[in-house]
Design a protein around this ligand. Structure first.
Ligand SMILES: [Zn+2]
Length: 206
């Protein structure tokens, strides 16, 4: 089957299919399966999906401190949790990488979610990643270890190196997660055990 909507498709269905295909990890066949599944469940399935999606931009925001997502106007479940280790901070590319690290249970400290990686060619600057505010945050929280958990790609390494250059305070350890993760790949492709080993096997970065 060609990866386009069937010719007999009414335009609204083709549009919906097009939107589903834009989702990460959803190919043409999966998009079709989801769409037919929704059609089988009836109008309510479309309404509740649409409502839940529309609520996200209204009710979810980035925590101004760690830049992870939180419920709008609510305390950040990571920054405000007194049981977390405030002496360690893990720098990750994305909120989804944060979720992967949380799932390992190996790290119970604070985070800095970059929301991207430094890339002069794509115009991503340190301030776009909240890095202009990071040194002050480390000082305010009296952080003694910064773990660089950006992926082992060219941009991930360049970003790790830049973050390390920001940390000049004596007594702050800078470490990099030890990789069992293949060079050039994303954290997303690592299973929980590999990531867990990468965290416990972290090495001094400098
Ligand atoms: Zn936070």
């Amino acid at each position: 089957m060609a990866d386009t909507a069937p010719k007999s498709f009414p335009a609204p269905l083709a549009r919906c299919l097009g939107e589903l295909e834009k989702l990460q990890g959803i190919g043409h066949k999966s998009a079709l399966r989801i769409l037919y599944g929704l059609l089988a469940r009836g109008p309510e399935a479309f309404n509740s999906l649409a409502e839940s999606l529309q609520a996200v931009p209204l009710l979810v925001e980035r925590c101004p401190e760690c830049r992870a997502f939180r419920e709008a106007g609510q305390p950040c479940p990571l920054c405000q949790d007194e049981r977390r280790d405030r002496s360690a901070l893990c720098v990750v590319e994305s909120a989804s990488d944060l979720s992967l690290i949380e799932a390992t249970g190996e790290f119970r400290g604070l985070y800095h979610v970059l929301g991207g990686l430094l890339s002069p060619s794509k115009g991503v600057r340190p301030e776009d990643l909240g890095l202009d505010e990071l040194p002050a945050r480390l000082k305010a929280r009296a952080v003694t270890e910064v773990i660089l958990a950006t992926p082992p790609t060219a941009e991930g390494e360049a970003t790790a190196s830049y973050v390390a250059s920001l940390i000049s305070a004596p007594g702050v350890r800078v470490s990099r997660i030890g990789f069992g993760i293949p060079v050039g790949s994303d954290l997303q492709y690592s299973d929980s055990q590999t990531l867990s080993r990468a965290l416990t096997g972290r090495r001094d970065y400098r």
